[in-house]
Design a protein around this ligand. Structure first.
Ligand SMILES: C[S@@+](CC[C@H](N)C(=O)[O-])C[C@H]1O[C@@H](n2cnc3c(N)ncnc32)[C@H](O)[C@@H]1O
Length: 455
């Protein structure tokens, strides 16, 4: 099956790539979770600048678990797997640990990336020194040592300092080609910037490109967002206008925008519906089609059945100002959070919670959510079901939960809402919400959720 170009795909990149035809892509850039044991937080902007409401966009800490054991077994049993020896070697060296789990995860996906590349194609693997040395060995195994082209050091200027070690201010980008004949248009870098780096002319594998600061215009607030200048350099060097570029971990779409701006075709995949919607809504408001994101009640039902967690995070982001909770269990069943703008000062913003249920409605789950909403002192709660809830008992409990006031307007403290309503364009009465990325009041309430809809 071939993919559609200029399209975004929602889901695990392995699931999508497995279905796609060999030798169909000119350039792959990937910036996967790093195993850097950090948790990327979206700082919920409010005037206090406090970190009371940090939400994890995704968790890049790897643990040895059942999934890792399965992947290891698959690769160790497949003697023809190109990373068979490398992974077995790492197994001996590292034992069963998070790093080995990560390397098996990457190996399974990198094999498909090689298969998808055209004979003249190239791949850039963006990582950091935590795992770059292991990943290079895995890349050598899969792409061939002789196809290794450069280890690019991206120095970004920001970074913590410590008395006990040198400042960490760079990432590693491993550049491999699929074969000997690959397209390469060596980037032109101003001599001044080369001098600044104290390099000799031509030695350009250290790239001094500032990372995005808080004031940067292109900043969307997505954790790990990369600067466009970095992606422009890669895409210009290793593809021609009209070529197909793939980013299997596209995040908020830096590579997608760069490819679009430079006249390349793009294909992006991300496991976070939120990231995909951010690209379509905020970064490139061009009506880019997204596959895997429910476009009608039927596909929403399938998502709820096949991937309940993804359904929940997609469903809660149908509400303006809400972002998904990344904890799959615990947290009292809260699936999404947001902040209500309270006049005159957003500093007093109040909590809003959402819960999404893909299965049949049951009163006890609503009661649990009422309890959590009260416990967390949230001003607003929204219980989202697939189909309308037609239970009188539920309606009664919601009515008894009371109301709250913002300015002159009163709102229900608890709301029953459904994905069926969403596809009918009906929304609960929403209080004014803050944009989770910039802390500003959302003006166009429907702007956030209209993107997941049928065009
Ligand atoms: C380091 S971020 C990419 C940031 C991106 N380069 C940008 O500039 O916004 C890694 C992304 O990989 C996504 N991700 C994690 N596992 C994935 C998987 N199995 N398939 C597709 N995307 C995945 C995460 O949701 C996250 O957005």
């Amino acid at each position: 099956m071939s993919f559609s170009t200029n399209t975004l795909y929602y889901g695990d990149c392995l699931d999508w790539m497995e279905q796609w035809d060999d030798q169909s892509v000119d350039l792959i850039y990937l910036d996967p979770p790093f195993n850097s044991k950090s948790q990327y937080n979206i700082l919920f902007g409010n005037r206090s600048g406090g970190v009371d409401a940090q939400y994890r966009a995704f968790n890049d800490t790897w643990a040895w678990d059942e999934g890792a054991a399965d992947r290891l077994a698959r690769i160790e049993n497949a003697v023809a797997h190109p990373a068979h020896k490398a992974i077995s070697g790492f197994h001996t060296m590292l034992g069963k640990c998070g790093m080995l789990g990560y390397l098996t995860y990457m190996a399974e996906r990198l094999v498909h990336m090689r298969r998808l590349l055209k004979p003249t194609g190239s791949i850039y693997l963006h990582c950091d020194p935590t795992a770059s040395h292991y990943l290079k060995a895995v890349m050598d195994a899969i792409f061939g040592q002789n196809n290794f082209r450069n280890e690019v050091v991206w120095t970004y200027g920001l970074g913590g300092s410590s008395k006990r070690l040198y400042s960490k201010k760079h990432d590693i980008i491993l550049f491999y080609s699929r074969g000997d004949e690959y397209y390469f248009n060596k980037p032109w870098v101003p001599a001044t910037s080369i001098r600044m780096q104290g390099q000799k002319k031509g030695a350009l594998d250290v790239w001094n490109i500032p990372s995005l600061n808080n004031m940067a215009k292109e900043r969307l607030g997505y954790p790990t967002q990369k600067p466009l200048a970095l992606l422009n350099r890669i895409i210009e060097a290793s593809s021609k206008p009209g070529d197909i570029t793939l980013d299997p971990f596209c995040g908020c779409g830096t590579a997608i925008e760069s490819a679009h701006n430079l006249g390349r075709k793009f294909v992006g995949i991300d496991i976070s519906a939120f990231a995909i919607e951010l690209i379509r809504g905020k970064r490139l408001d061009l009506g880019i089609p997204a596959k895997g994101i429910p476009a009608d009640l039927h596909s929403a039902r399938l998502l709820a059945r096949d991937s309940p967690f993804n359904f929940e995070s997609w469903a809660v982001t149908r509400l303006p100002g809400f972002i998904p909770n990344t904890k799959q269990v615990g947290d009292g069943g809260v699936d999404g959070k947001g902040k209500i703008a309270v006049k005159p000062d957003n500093f007093q913003s109040r909590l809003a919670l959402a819960q999404a249920k893909g299965g049949k409605f049951n009163l006890s789950s609503l009661r649990d959510f009422l309890h959590v909403t009260k416990r967390d002192n949230a001003a607003f709660g929204c219980y989202i079901s697939l189909n309308d809830v037609r239970s009188e008992a539920a309606a009664r409990e919601v009515a008894e939960f009371g109301r709250f006031q913002i300015g002159a307007t009163e709102y229900s403290r608890m709301n029953l809402w459904s994905i069926e309503n969403y596809f009918d364009n009906r929304y609960p009465p929403m209080p004014p919400m803050l944009d989770p990325y910039n802390g500003k009041k959302i003006r166009d309430k429907l702007a956030i959720h209209r993107y997941g809809r049928k065009q």
